[in-house]
Design a protein around this ligand. Sequence first.
Ligand code: PGA
Length: 255
Amino acid sequence: MAGKGRRPLAAGNWKMNGQAADAAALAGALGDWAADTGPGAADMAVCPPTVQLAAVAQHLAGSWIAVGGQDCHPAEMGAHTGDVSAEMLKDAGAAMVILGHSERRADHGETDAEVRAKAQAAWRAGLVAIICIGESEAQRDSGETLAVLSGQLEGSLPDGTTAANTVVAYEPVWAIGTGRTPTVEQVDEAHKHIRVEMTRLVGREAAGIRALYGGSVKPSNAAEILAPEDVDGALVGGASLQASDFQAIYQALVD
Ligand code: PGA
């Protein structure tokens, strides 16, 4: 994975899993491992449920593992019951936030325009926006994959997108939590397209923007699926809930 000029990132998306004790145990195990190994040639981040974010950030304080949120509201504050602002995530210890995950697009009807507004909110708070895009199975079957990715990038990436403030995650919806993965050729094709489109949208800055692959990444497939030149790491769901699995995926990025 080395030699692309972009520092790989392994980001763990814990989704809505685990109680406080589970989060503490997982953060503790990762923190101990990080202290033992020291920072490597790739970055690592974990995105716990919002209610556990502050505690996880405290566990990992001083560690080279970053902490992120899983969503934020576009506004800084106000009458938005149940929502959390980017500023609150930052205050709780987050450095980044996942935005536009397909589960949020499906469960909450999030549109590209909303994802874009949330990305601007993340930047306002000083957070890196991890913007998720990806086609459904029906879209892939009907040959629309690349057009879907273009549309999502165009709609979700705000003006002012830079390598420092944004990470893109390509997550085919049909590969998330299913154990099914695209072929390496399909991953390569999608990521090449994403890089071309990012260049069209944000210019030369696109060369430095990291693009992660996500969807059923596990230790046994990480080296193969993350190998394409334009893949700069992984957004990992299920396999990020076991410290040893997530560490193995991280290791595949630095080997
Ligand atoms: P998965 O989830 O690794 O469990 O497929 C990935 C994601 O949704 O970010």
